[in-house]
Design a protein around this ligand. Structure first.
Ligand code: ADP
Length: 551
């Protein structure tokens, strides 16, 4: 072999050695998955299970987004999970700045994470911006990578959506548990409060039976029963109101109201309470009348509830004041008492539903913890505010209600001329209620006040009784079996004899919607149960002053 041949062979061997070294380097760096070798009987493909293949699989298949970023924060590598998270195609993500996925208001936070990551590691919660604008809650971890890797940061992105969802569910479950607990407590309290007036009523009944004929005893017992029933009706009314308010089903019947007249009504209604407790009540009104655009009954209810509380939570012989002042375009009503006061930590809570400072069943004053909830809701429905002040236990309390004043005060509408109600008019009255005790007792009451009555207990019976008894007035319950009150009223109105009858709906529902329905069905009037005799007489006098004949 010549020198030249030897040199050529040597050069060939070197080239092949270099090639082999390059292949080994490629295999080491993971750049080769398989290679093809020409063998005497054909070519063969060798696939490589590189040493770092398990790690690559881990990164590619993991449930977290994984990225590497160069020093300026652009993406050098990212896995498919990250691409899915941000809703972009994987192949378009290389070279994109990571900050493009961070919402504007979190950019500073992102910068600080990057700084910490550069030092060693940084982590925190943030949101990532998806291609469709949705924000995904994530936990980000930034790690500095060794300098010889050619990239600066390794980033892990954990999607927190499911976790957040669970957290929300847990919070909702806790809130439900709390409200369930409060409701249970409330039911116990309700039973207790409704039962309280029943014992004296039962006693009074025994007294009446035992002292039959003794007018004085009967009078005292029936006075007491009336007070207790009044208390129960008030509780049940509050309950109905509060449930309507929480279902957004309360209507205000707003009108031009002079505040002083609403004050007068509230004070009158509370009279027996403050007189029994021997409280001294001072009422101060502004010299000029103040007009509001308000529902007069609800306004009186607000002040009534505050006065009621002032009386209840003040020991006998206390001082209570109700003042009304005009401050700019607001009417300011202050109800102040010299009573037990309210601790600072309770001041905000007491307007919440069912909240009472003293919840022991042995407490001396009754109540359901809904009066102030009603006050707050009613005041807010009038675009007003209510706040409470107290210097603490034993220091008295002050409730301040602010309501917008009607600035222009148009001429008051002329007073409707209502003929004086009288109970001496005798009418033929048909009373219809499926609650027999209610129907019979109302009919008896109407007989005692000089009327002729007949009763019916379902809708069909009502129409038949109207046909045979031919009443002047039908007091018709709405929720009736067989034929409801609206249907019965329509049937009566269809008959020639039914056109002139006065039909009054008796229902538990006084919403505008219910009144509209009863008007449409042909009713002349609408009363809410339990009916008060004087209110019924007044309504009848207004509706039918001429039909009745004097007895
Ligand atoms: P209730 O009077 O039926 O308990 P409220 O909603 O009217 O319910 O009042 C809630 C709670 O606020 C009361 O139980 C009482 O603890 C407290 N509170 C209300 N008014 C006064 C007041 N004038 N003085 C002291 N505490 C009061």
């Amino acid at each position: 072999m010549t020198d030249a041949n030897l040199q050529e062979e040597n050069a060939d061997l070197r080239r092949r050695l270099e090639e082999a070294e390059e292949v080994i380097r490629a295999i080491h760096s993971g750049a080769v998955d398989a290679f093809v070798v020409a063998e005497p009987h054909g070519t063969r493909v060798y696939t490589l299970q590189t040493a770092d293949r398990p790690y690559r699989l881990l990164v590619e298949e993991m449930q977290q987004g994984a990225l590497t970023l160069s020093d300026d924060g652009t993406i050098a590598y990212c896995n498919r999970r990250f691409a899915d998270l941000v809703g972009r195609p994987l192949e378009r993500l290389m070279g994109v700045a990571f900050r493009d996925f961070i919402p504007l208001d979190a950019q500073i936070f992102y910068e600080s994470l990057l700084q910490q990551g550069r030092a060693s590691a940084g982590q925190g919660e943030a949101h990532l911006l998806k291609a469709d604008g949705e924000l995904i809650p994530v936990f980000l971890t930034f790690n500095a990578l060794p300098p010889d890797t050619g990239v600066a940061f390794g980033v892990l992105v954990t999607d927190l959506t499911t976790q957040r969802h669970h957290e929300k569910l847990n919070t909702a479950v806790e809130a439900l548990k709390e409200s369930d607990r409060r409701k249970n407590e409330f039911l116990a309290l309700l039973a207790h409060e409704l039962r309280n007036p029943l014992a004296p009523i039962r006693n009074a009944l025994h007294i009446m039976r035992l002292t039959e004929g003794n007018g004085k005893e009967v009078q005292a017992a029936s006075d007491m029963m009336e007070r207790q029933v009044g208390e129960m009706v008030r509780l049940v009314d509050d309950l109905l109101d509060v449930s309507r308010i929480s279902r957004g089903k309360i209507d205000l019947r707003k009108d031009r109201v002079e505040l002083a007249s609403a004050v007068h009504h509230a004070v009158e209604a509370a009279r027996s309470l403050y007189e029994n407790m021997k409280h001294e009540l001072t009422v101060t009104l502004p010299a000029q009348p103040v007009y509001l655009n308000a529902d007069p009954t609800r306004l009186a209810q607000v002040m009534g509830n505050l006065l009621n509380n002032a009386c209840k939570f003040t020991d006998e012989g206390g001082r209570i004041s109700l003042t009304v002042e005009r401050e700019g375009e607001q009417a300011v009503i202050r109800v102040r008492d010299s009573g037990i006061g309210i601790a600072a930590d309770q001041l905000l809570r007491i307007f919440e539903m069912f909240v009472q400072v003293d919840t022991s069943l042995e407490r001396s004053v009754g109540g359901l913890g809904i009066g102030l909830t009603l006050v707050k809701n009613l005041v807010e429905m009038h675009d007003g505010t209510v706040e409470v002040h107290s210097a603490g236990a034993g220091q008295g309390s002050e409730f301040v209600v602010r309501l917008p004043i009607m600035v222009e005060t148009p001429e008051p509408p002329p007073e409707p001329t209502v003929s004086e109600p009288t109970t001496t008019l005798a009418r033929r009255i048909l009373v219809v209620d499926d609650n027999r005790v209610s129907a019979d007792s109302l009919a008896r009451l109407l007989q005692l006040t000089g009327n002729e009555t007949h009763t019916a207990y379902d809708g069909l019976e009502a129409v038949q009784a109207a046909a045979t008894f031919r009443p002047d007035v039908v007091l018709l319950d709405i929720g009736l079996p067989k034929l409801n009150g609206y249907e019965a009223a329509r049937k009566i109105r269809e008959e020639p004899w039914g056109k002139k009858m006065v039909l009054v709906a008796l229902t538990g529902w006084g919403q505008e919607e219910d009144r509209r329905k009863s008007r449409e069905a042909g009713f002349n009037g609408h009363m809410i149960k339990p009916v008060e005799l004087t209110a019924l007489m007044k309504l009848l006098a207004e509706l039918q002053p001429t039909v009745a004949s004097a007895s």
